[in-house]
Design a binder for this molecule. Structure first.
Ligand code: SF4
Length: 418
């Protein structure tokens, strides 16, 4: 059968044609992938139907959007099965899905055809409140449907000598956020503790607190100062809990064993993630030159494995920006090669107790890779299934990063089905 080709942006088989090759793969997870891959555009009718009293509008985030703008559009989308789609507003020229409003409901359109009913993220009650220091709470702690995000600083020191990761726009984006909506450069622990206390008053909504930001290389040992910042913040957040440990994830630099032990012993942190971003040393050296300079690929991987002794199997993870390893000109020559290498590395880590999750790479205007195109739907389906199969084979949980606690990983969405 000849596959239907999409007319715009890039010629490729239709969603239905790709999905037909994987009859056991859940349709809504595939749709989530494709929406993240292509982005969304909101029609005027959809924009008018957004209710700022009920729907969460875009709030500060560590990375920017595909249209490079900060606008009062919906934060993101919810699927009928409770799955989330974290997705950016995207210029129409890039052939995004379209979000429209018809007959009293939001719908997703592809090529003008309604393909799925969707909903918008509900706004948390604390979003309209101020801290006692007078800062709008939504600028300090942002929400996903079931998770709270704390972005501790708006800078990554790998950018100092132009060694930021090539898919990343943290510095360009957070400068824009600071200038246009007044997000503070650095968060004060007492403000964060206050916002978390307020957020937790909403019954049953939040199941995890995630902290992340750019790397801080300063200190007697590389990253010591970054560890200090997180300990301070986690201790302040911990005052809201009666138990010593509380559901939490830190996504940070690759700390050495002394630093990890300090974090674990002095805070209530329950899980630790340090992103390798792209697998295999040569791709990592090219795409993540700051990480390569300060720690190196083998060192970063060894530190992840070392963290398992402290946080335990299934509580240590790494994320890959799936598709970036295919970037031109030095990426893998084709998707088969990339998937083979990705799954081999993920298996090496799984054998040693480290979970790998993936996100769909979004080429953002503020990043060095702004003019690249991400991978095919076929690639993302195969990778997601491969990563979940490895977790199942090695008995690794992904509870700290699953569809409720995170919602940004198509592969960990599969964990609830198997
Ligand atoms: S480590 Fe890389 S991905 Fe993370 S903030 Fe720095 S440049 Fe961006």
């Amino acid at each position: 059968m000849v596959a239907l080709l999409k007319p715009a942006y890039r010629a490729e088989p239709s969603f239905e044609d790709v999905l037909a090759r994987y009859p056991r793969f859940p349709r809504l997870v595939a749709l989530k992938i494709d929406v993240q891959r292509r982005g969304v555009h909101y029609t005027e009718r959809a924009e008018k139907a957004v209710d700022p009293a009920r729907h969460q509008l875009r709030s500060p985030y560590i990375f920017g959007s595909r249209d490079g703008a900060i606008k009062p559009l919906p934060e993101s989308l919810l699927l009928r099965d409770g799955g989330t789609i974290l997705v950016d507003p995207t210029p129409l020229a890039q052939d995004p899905y379209v979000v429209d409003y018809e007959d009293g409901r939001f719908v997703l359109l592809d090529d003008g055809r309604a393909v799925e009913e969707i909903d918008l993220w509900p706004k948390p009650a604390y979003y309209d409140k101020l801290t006692t220091s007078g800062i709008k709470m939504s600028l300090l702690v942002t929400a996903r449907p079931q998770r709270l995000n704390v972005f501790q600083s708006s800078y990554c020191q790998f950018w100092v000598d132009d060694k930021g990761c090539k898919f990343c726009d943290i510095v360009t984006h957070t400068k824009q956020q600071r200038d246009e909506i007044g997000v503070p450069n650095r968060l004060r622990p007492e403000d964060i503790a206050e916002v978390i206390a307020e957020a937790l008053k909403e019954p049953g909504r939040f199941s995890n607190i995630c902290l992340t930001s750019g790397s801080v290389v300063k200190g007697p040992e590389v990253f010591d100062q970054e560890v200090d910042f997180y300990i301070e913040l986690l201790q302040a957040i911990g005052t809201n809990f009666k138990t010593r440990r509380f559901p939490s994830q830190l996504i940070a630099s690759a700390f050495n064993e002394r630093q990890l032990a300090r974090l674990y012993e002095n805070t209530g942190l329950t899980s630790y993630t340090s992103d390798l971003e792209v697998f295999t040393a040569d791709k990592f050296d090219w795409i993540c030159p700051g990480k390569a300079k300060w720690v190196g690929y083998a060192g970063w991987r060894d530190r992840l494995i070392g963290a398992v002794d402290i946080f335990g199997r299934g509580n240590v993870g790494t994320c890959i920006v799936a598709g970036a390893e295919l970037a031109k000109p030095y990426g893998f020559a084709n998707e088969d090669e990339a998937i083979k290498a990705d799954l081999e590395e993920a298996e090496y880590l799984a054998e040693r107790g480290v979970t790998t999750v993936s996100i769909v790479w979004v080429p953002r205007p503020g990043s060095a890779f702004h003019d690249q195109v991400n991978a095919s739907l076929d690639y993302y389906i195969r990778l997601a299934q491969g990563l979940q199969d490895l977790r199942a084979r090695y008995g690794l949980s992904v509870d700290f990063d699953d569809y409720r606690r995170c919602g940004n990983h198509p592969d960990s969405d599969l964990a609830r089905l198997q």
